[in-house]
Design a protein around this ligand. Structure first.
Ligand code: GSH
Length: 220
């Protein structure tokens, strides 16, 4: 089984299924392609039906899209419980992960992750401006506060124990850190969303990803 990803420094889409797979098994290979080089781009077109990463190669198939890979993981590793056990929590966990997968476009556009704005490392950029981005951040805060308050009693993740939405929100936590976004100014009166961001950034798997990303830079 091989997960083909973009550059660890800024491929937010690649990080999500990598975090999900890591929860399921250590038994997978990773191939990192740099789509900013002509060679890497050509390889992406060869391995991915959409020309985008991540893709998972398994049992003779190529599964594309971070959500499809996460759904495959939940099916393949049911014992890992990638979604909350409680039915109500599970319905909303899927809604939250899908909202992240398809939404927050103003925030994504204003707070890009690219070679100049990497996901990890000590660099920081000024906070974004504009009402559309502020509205996205307020929505994130209200979603996180609601889910943490309703379902988070059993642990520090969005639904208590770790689940797929935590993987989907980790890249946005990295954006919040990189762009120094103050969640208190966007409705996080009690610090619940700020604490959740800290939890995501302290995940051992995310720290491992960050180390690998920075080691890749050092070895260039
Ligand atoms: N909806 C897709 C998005 C995949 C995507 O946009 N991947 C970016 C990497 S972060 C990509 O492959 N970019 C390469 C390019 O645009 O050439 C998913 O969830 O997997």
């Amino acid at each position: 089984m091989e997960l083909i990803i973009g550059p660890r420094l800024f491929s937010t889409w690649s990080l999500r299924p990598w975090l999900v797979l890591k929860r399921c098994t250590g038994d997978f290979a990773v191939r990192e392609l740099d789509f900013n080089t002509a060679e890497g781009h050509a390889e992406m077109l060869a391995v991915s039906p959409t020309g985008l990463v991540p893709v998972l190669r398994v049992e003779g198939e190529t599964i594309w899209d971070s959500m499809a890979i996460s759904v495959w993981c939940a099916e393949r590793y049911p014992q890992v419980r990638l979604w909350p056990i409680d039915a109500h929590a599970r319905w909303l966990a899927r809604s939250a992960a899908c909202e992240m997968h398809g939404g927050f476009s103003a925030l994504r556009t204003a707070c890009t992750m690219n070679p100049g704005h990497p996901m990890v490392g000590p660099e920081r950029s000024p906070p974004p401006e504009g009402e559309a981005v502020a509205a996205d951040i307020r929505r994130l805060v209200s979603l996180w506060v609601e889910m943490r308050t309703r379902f988070g009693a059993g642990g520090d993740y969005l639904f208590g124990d770790w689940s797929v939405p935590d993987a989907f929100f980790t890249p946005v936590a990295a954006r919040i850190r990189h762009y120094q976004i103050d969640l208190a100014a966007h409705g996080d009166a009690d610090g619940v969303a700020t604490a959740y961001v800290a939890t995501l950034l302290a995940q051992p798997d995310f720290l491992e990803w960050s180390e690998q990303a920075l080691a890749g830079v050092a070895s260039r």
